[in-house]
Design a protein around this ligand. Structure first.
Ligand code: PMP
Length: 815
């Protein structure tokens, strides 16, 4: 990770990298930034504008010249407790603009809010405040109390705040009861960070009247909206509000000085405030004179009018784009040059990845990354409203530049409308700039309403990145390594999402409704997270999946693939109100049946066979071995450390279960050479068993591991070896059941999913395979399978019965 990520903001940088927003900029001028890309600097149209700072554009030439001039002429830096001419000058220009207010100068927006809180408290002798739901007023300890999305962790560490619902008159009436105790009411005339929401007249009229009645000062936070950005010097002017306090920041320093100002109506201003509120850095001449100059230029160039005109043009263009793409753009909002484009959530399922991204709250960031990397336009959503792109360019922005943005956004809308997700991430995976392909008519997942109260969920993940092509139609354009790149980079960002819902019927005619929850991760990401001891983020996704299953009304959640391994076979997943299962009991049961059935068909006499057990200490393999031990001549346990206590314990159990069976332990996989039966269920992540380790035919391998332990080389070099996929079950009455991305033929499911379905069919409300698998559990699972007609699935044998089409990727079924 780069030094910024390493030393300063690790999580933020991880997110930016995952989203493709990890640009660094080396130059800025006007409405452009220059991004370093290898040897080149790429020009990027900057519509974020420092979240409103750059009303004058980056490094406005006149301000830069003036700032240099001041420094070259020995401007006074910090001379506290003296007569600050610069501050006086700035205050004069400000009050010329707004009328008789006292001016308290600060260094930032949030500090301005702090000053307002303190003054209001002193003025009113009260400490209770009002703010508006969705508001943003800063992040220092006092200001954060007023900030809707960020206040929770700090509640109680600052003044109590009631958040008014600007759309609910009931709530206002209720609030009126406490009006006498309120020190001040804070508003943003247009909420910026909250997603560009102008306050509605009914609310502001009520607020004005109530505050007037109780003499509550209205504090207009114009830190983002002030200085003409919305078409008038203050956005409050349009609301008909004359604020008692005005907060300014951001553009006040013209993008060069860091300065804020609190303006307090003269008749409310407490003169002692100038003695009890101060700051070392505030009121310095350099910053104040730059702000005064900025106000002068603002008036001279009539920036409010520039903003109004450019803003009107942009709003009209965006609104006509929205009319063309109502399913991609939900709403366009704003006034002047503070504009929000709210994107539509994507739930059509033609692109399940877009759906997942939408559900995970990252669609706005994906759009931003596409616009940045493909169209060289910088816009961003906010954390509080991740679906809304904020546009806040300089007042000097030109129509061609705004057209460039509208064109880029049109391209985004077209790609989403075509469900060509690959197009949207082509910059991330290095895909050539192809014309769009239309995938919007493809629907691979089902969304069937439940026909029964018996509802189960199953959490699955991709086995290999290539499986993603079956899920996401546009991934046909991506190579295996491009898919891997996508999964590596997006894995942490995407939340578990329900992709498929279907009613299934048992042989008895009982129904169960399945919700398939997908995690956009492949085995490799799990294996890596385990190796790096970095599994906490995956655990939290598994937990979210359990909550999602509960919300969807499911009584049972099955943990598929590595999600059961990560949770220690469910034990580490702490959730209440839902029964869990790893599905391992039926996996073992069906595996045993597969091996026995294949032995029978191939004339292998169990009683004379030596059975190798790979990954023998694992829960599945050890139960398998215990079950089979009494029926074979010899058991060979293959483990990492033959001398471990757990091996001794395992041997003890085997001796008790099968006193007459020979027993050997080794760590050497070549010892498999003397085994005609092999059971393999390691967590190695694929490709453990190679042809060189195998003896002469007949050799039967039951490979329960997913991805398979048996290398594809075995198929090529040892066609005589019979490899069975153990944990596969054939569903009754469901020949067409198929979940895209699960590499099985229609009508077949992995045994872990089958066990989940059986629990649903039986209306089980206690955990199923939870923790260690037991022989008893395996017996019960098999009995339920038999009762409901869930049969042993495909046997991949040379005789070709029940065959599943072999898959091409490494570590899959082999013949
Ligand atoms: N109020 C509003 C309305 C803002 O938009 C912001 C900054 N986004 C602040 C206060 C806080 O300003 P600063 O980041 O300078 O502390």
């Amino acid at each position: 990770m780069n030094p910024y990520g390493h030393h300063c903001r690790p999580l933020l940088v991880q997110l930016l990298e995952g989203l493709g927003l990890d640009a660094s900029y080396e130059r800025s001028k006007g409405d452009y930034l220059w991004r370093r890309e290898g040897e080149h600097l790429t020009r990027v149209l900057d519509l974020v504008g420092g979240y409103g700072v750059n009303l004058f554009g980056h490094l406005h030439p006149e301000i830069v010249t003036y700032a240099k001039h001041l420094l070259e002429n020995d401007v006074t830096g910090f001379a506290q407790c003296s007569i600050h001419e610069g501050a006086g000058r700035l205050a004069q220009v400000l009050t010329d603009q707004v009328g008789p207010y006292a001016v308290v100068l600060t260094n930032s927006g949030t500090e301005t809010i702090e000053a307002a809180l303190k003054h209001a408290h002193l003025e009113r002798g009260r400490s209770h405040f009002w703010a508006v739901q969705g508001a943003f007023h800063g992040k220092t300890l006092g200001a954060v109390q007023l900030t809707w999305s960020y206040h929770k962790p700090f509640t109680g560490l600052g003044p109590p705040v009631r958040f008014l619902n600007p759309d609910d008159p009931e709530d206002w009436r209720d609030a009126e009861k406490e009006a006498a105790n309120v020190a001040a009411a804070f508003i943003e005339p247009i909420q910026g960070e909250g997603g560009i929401h102008p306050l509605g007249p009914p609310f502001t009229e009520w607020l004005s009247a109530t505050c007037a009645e109780h003499s509550i000062p209205i504090v207009a936070d114009e830190i983002q909206t002030g200085m003409g950005r919305t078409g008038t010097f203050l956005a409050s002017e349009v609301l008909g509000i004359v604020p008692d306090y005005i907060c300014l920041g951001k553009a006040l320093g013209a993008g060069i000085a860091k300065i804020g100002a609190l303006l307090i109506k003269r008749d409310r201003f407490l003169s002692e405030f100038s003695m009890i509120h101060s700051s070392t850095f505030a009121e310095d001449d350099w910053s104040c004179l730059i702000a005064a100059k900025a106000l002068e230029i603002m008036t001279r160039d009539d920036l409010p009018r520039c903003c109004a005109e450019a803003g009107n043009y942009l709003l009209v263009e965006l609104e006509s784009l929205r009319k063309c793409f109502p399913d991609q753009i939900r709403e366009v909002r704003g006034r002047g040059l503070i504009v929000g484009v709210e994107l539509q959530k994507q739930a059509t399922m033609a692109s399940p990845t877009l759906h997942m991204i939408s559900e995970s709250g990252h669609l706005g960031y994906v759009a931003a990354a596409y616009l940045l990397n493909v169209h060289k336009i910088r816009v961003l959503p906010t954390l509080s409203d991740p679906m809304t792109l904020r546009v806040e360019p300089s007042a000097y922005i030109q129509r061609e530049q705004l057209d460039h943005f509208v064109d880029g956004l049109r391209a985004y809308c077209q790609a989403v409308a075509a469900s060509d997700f690959a197009h949207l991430i082509r910059h991330r995976v290095g895909l050539a700039a192809n014309p769009l392909t239309n995938y919007s008519h493809i629907r691979r997942y089902k969304r069937d309403e439940p026909r029964t109260p018996r509802r189960v969920a199953f959490l699955g993940h991709l086995i290999t990145p290539d499986d993603a092509r079956a899920c996401e139609p546009s991934f046909e354009q991506l190579s295996s390594s491009q898919l891997e790149t996508f999964l590596d980079e997006s894995g942490r960002l995407l939340e578990p999402t329900i992709l498929h819902q279907e009613n299934l019927c048992s042989a008895l005619g009982t129904e169960v409704h399945l919700s398939f929850i997908a995690l956009s991760l492949a085995t490799k990401q799990f294996v890596k997270a385990r190796a790096d001891r970095d599994g906490a983020w995956i655990m939290s996704k598994i937990k979210s999946a359990a909550e999602l299953a509960k919300e969807a009304g499911c009584q049972v959640l099955g943990l598929g693939g590595y999600t059961s391994i990560m949770t220690g076979n469910c034990l580490r997943l702490k959730v209440k109100g839902i029964a869990l299962t790893s599905g391992n009991s039926l996996t073992v049961g069906m595996g045993v049946r597969a091996l026995k059935s294949a032995a029978h068909r191939n004339g292998v006499d169990l009683r004379r066979s030596r059975m190798g057990v790979v990954g023998a200490l694992g829960n599945i393999a050890s139960t398998y071995a215990l079950w089979m031990a009494p029926e074979v001549r010899e058991v060979l346990l293959i483990v990492r450390d033959p001398k471990s206590v757990r091996v001794a314990h395992m041997k003890e159990q085997l001796r008790r279960a099968a006193p007459g069976t020979l027993l050997e332990v080794t760590s050497d996989l070549t010892a498999l050479r003397h085994c005609s039966l092999i059971v393999s269920a390691s967590n190695a992540g694929g490709g453990l068993i190679q042809p060189e380790q195998l003896g002469p035919a007949p050799v039967l391998i039951c490979d329960i591991a997913v991805p398979a332990d048996v290398s594809l080389r075995v198929r090529d070099c040892r066609p005589d070896v019979i490899v069975l996929q153990g944990g596969v079950v054939r569903l009754p009455l469901s020949d067409s059941f198929y979940i895209p991305g699960v590499p099985l033929e229609p009508g077949y499911v992995f045994a872990c999913l089958a066990e989940t379905l059986l629990m649903g069919l039986e209306s089980v409300t206690s955990h199923g395979s939870y923790g260690e698998v037991t022989i008893e559990g395996v017996r019960n699972a098999l009995a339920l399978a038999d009762k409901h007609g869930f049969a042993l699935g495909a046997l991949q044998t040379p005789f070709g019965t029940d065959s599943i089409i072999p898959q091409s990727a490494e570590g899959r079924l082999v013949r």
